[in-house]
Write a protein that binds this ligand. Structure first.
Ligand code: ZN
Length: 492
C-alpha cells in the first residue's frame, strides 16, 4: 500500500490535499447538521462532497476515521452566538421536549442520508454527549489566559489572541477590519470586552431547558466549541481534513482554530475543505425567496418550481457534475439533462459486465481504455474533481457501446480491468447504485405509457377510462396532477 500511496501522490496535480495526509490513517471531520428542522439541500450537498472524499481516500487504501457530528444544543440563531437555541425555540413552540425535536430530525436526516447513499460516519458524536469535555476545554482556555468570565458566561478573548496569533488566517479577515468594526459596534452594557469576542460558555436563564452545571454556574456550551472538542477527542490534537460549507469558514471554523490554539497550543487542522453554495435558477437558495426546496420535495417533485420529481441517485449524480468548490445551480432543465446522462452512464455500466473480449485487433482500443482508466485517477487526484471524472466515464461509456456493437475489440486482460474500474468508480467512489434506479426506470417507462393512454382517452373525451386510470393509480399510491403542460405524477 505504501507504494500505491506514493504513486497517487506523484500523480496528484493539486498535491496539497494528499500531501496534507498522514498515511496510512486519515482523520476526517465534517460539521454535521443542527437537528432543529429537516436537513436542507445545501447541507446535503456538503455531506455528499465529503462522502466522496471519504470514499475516494478509502479506495486509495487509506484507513479513514470519519467523524460527522450532530449539533443538538448550543446553536443559536444566525452566527451561532446570539439569541435563543434553535432546538429549544422549536421545542417550546411545539410544547415538547428539545430531545424530541433532536430525535425527530436526526431520524429524518438519517433517512435522507440513506436514500442519498451517504456512507455512515465512523463516529457520529453529539454536543450534549460531550458537555464534560467542553467544560474542560473552556477551563484550559481560561487557564492559558485566552478567555474571561462575566456573570456566569465565558468569552474567548480575541484581542489577547491577536497578540501572538492570527485570528482571520482561514477566512482572510483582517485584524484592522475587526478593530475598525469594534469602534462602530461596541455597545455599552455588552459583556464582551471586544466586539469580536465570542461566547464559549453561556450562562443559562431560568427559562432555559437544556443546561448544565459548570465551574461558572449553570449554562450552555457555545456552538463553536463542540466541534473543537469532538474533532480533537476522536482524531487527535492535529488531524488531516476538516470539512464544511463555505458559510462556516467564518466565524465557526475560525473560532475552532482559535479555541484549539488557546486550549492546547496547536492549530488542529492540516487541510481545510469548504464546499460551495446552491442557487436555484441563478438565485441564492433561501426560505424567504420561496425557492428553497427540501431533499424530499425534490425527490417527490412537490414544489411549485419543479416540473417533476427526481430520484435521489439522479440528484446525487447531478450534484457530482459540479466540483464541490463551485456554485451549483438547480433548474428543471439541468436536472432533466442529468437524468438522461445518468441513465446513459448506468446503461453503459450494466453493459460493461457482459462485453465480449477478443484475441485480435485489440491494440488500439486496449490502449485507449488504459489511458482513460489512468485519467479517472488523475481527475480524482486533482482535488476530487468529480465532474471531470464523470466526463471520462462518458468517454468509457462510448467505447463500451462500440465494443458491444463489435465495431472495436478489447483483450480479456484490459476488459477485466475496465470492468473492475467501472465498478470502483461508479459504485464505490461516486456512490451511484443501479438497482433502485433500474426499478425507477422501469416505473418511469410504465408511467409514461399509462399517462399516454390516459391522455389519448381524454382527447377522445373517454372520461370513464381516464377516471379509471386515475383512481386505480391513486389506490396504488400514485397521484396524477394535470396542468396545462400535461400530466405529471408523484408516488407516496
Ligand atoms: Zn462545526
Amino acid at each position: 500500500m505504501e507504494a500505491q500511496l506514493k504513486l497517487y501522490n506523484t500523480l496528484s496535480r493539486k498535491k496539497e490535499v494528499f500531501q496534507a495526509l498522514n498515511p496510512p490513517f486519515v482523520g476526517l471531520y465534517v460539521c454535521g447538521p443542527t437537528v432543529y428542522d429537516e436537513v436542507h439541500l445545501g447541507n446535503l450537498r456538503q455531506f455528499t462532497s465529503f462522502d466522496i472524499v471519504y470514499r475516494y481516500l478509502s479506495f486509495l487504501g487509506y484507513k479513514v476515521r470519519y467523524v460527522r457530528n450532530i449539533t443538538d444544543v448550543g446553536h443559536l440563531s444566525d452566527d451561532g452566538d446570539e439569541g435563543e437555541d434553535k432546538i429549544e425555540r422549536k421545542a417550546k413552540a411545539n410544547k415538547i421536549e428539545p430531545m424530541e425535536i433532536v430525535q425527530k430530525y436526526t431520524n429524518s436526516f438519517h433517512h435522507v442520508a440513506k436514500l442519498f447513499n451517504l456512507i455512515e460516519p465512523s463516529i457520529e458524536p453529539s454536543a450534549t454527549g460531550h458537555i464534560v469535555e467542553q467544560i474542560e476545554m473552556v477551563q484550559r482556555i481560561i487557564d492559558n489566559g485566552y478567555a474571561y468570565e462575566v456573570n456566569g458566561s465565558v468569552y474567548f478573548d480575541v484581542k489577547k489572541y491577536l497578540e501572538k496569533h492570527d485570528y482571520g488566517q482561514l477566512s482572510g479577515r483582517k485584524v484592522e477590519d475587526l478593530l475598525e468594526q469594534t469602534r462602530d459596534n461596541l455597545e455599552g452594557g455588552d459583556e464582551k470586552r471586544f466586539f469580536a469576542d465570542f461566547g464559549i460558555w453561556k450562562a443559562a436563564s431560568p427559562e432555559t431547558i437544556m443546561k448544565w452545571n459548570s465551574p461558572w454556574g449553570v449554562g450552555v456550551p457555545g456552538w463553536h466549541l463542540e466541534c473543537s472538542v469532538m474533532s480533537t477527542k476522536y482524531l487527535g490534537q492535529e488531524f488531516d481534513i476538516h470539512g464544511g460549507g463555505m458559510d462556516l469558514k467564518f466565524p465557526h471554523h475560525e473560532c475552532e482554530i482559535a479555541q484549539s490554539v488557546g486550549a492546547d497550543g496547536k492549530a488542529p487542522v492540516r487541510y481545510w475543505m469548504h464546499g460551495n453554495m446552491l442557487t436555484v435558477n441563478g438565485d441564492k437558495m433561501s426560505k424567504s425567496k420561496g425557492n428553497a426546496f427540501l431533499p424530499m420535495e425534490l425527490f417527490e417533485g412537490k414544489h411549485e418550481l419543479l416540473n417533476k420529481g427526481f430520484s435521489p441517485m439522479v440528484v446525487r449524480f447531478f450534484m457530482l457534475q459540479t466540483h464541490y468548490s463551485s456554485t451549483l445551480d438547480f433548474s428543471n432543465e439541468a436536472l432533466e439533462a442529468s437524468e438522461k446522462g445518468y441513465a446513459r452512464l448506468m446503461n453503459a455500466y450494466k453493459l460493461s459486465a457482459t462485453l465480449p473480449s477478443s484475441k485480435q485487433n485489440t491494440e488500439e482500443t486496449d490502449k485507449e481504455i488504459l489511458t482513460l482508466l489512468d485519467k479517472l485517477r488523475l481527475e480524482m487526484n486533482d482535488d476530487f474533481n468529480t465532474p471531470k471524472t464523470i466526463a471520462v466515464l462518458f468517454d468509457l461509456a462510448a467505447l463500451i457501446n462500440k465494443i458491444n456493437d463489435k465495431s472495436v475489440f478489447v483483450s480479456e486482460a484490459v476488459l477485466s480491468k475496465l470492468q473492475a474500474d467501472m465498478k470502483s468508480f461508479v459504485e464505490d467512489i461516486l456512490g451511484l447504485h443501479s438497482e433502485t434506479k433500474d426499478n425507477n426506470l422501469a416505473v418511469d417507462k410504465l408511467m409514461e405509457l399509462i399517462l399516454e393512454i390516459r391522455s389519448s382517452a381524454r382527447e377522445n373525451k373517454d372520461w370513464p377510462t381516464s377516471d379509471k386510470i386515475r383512481d386505480h393509480l391513486a389506490e396504488a399510491g400514485i397521484k396524477i396532477k394535470d396542468s396545462k403542460d400535461g400530466a405529471s405524477w408523484t408516488m407516496n
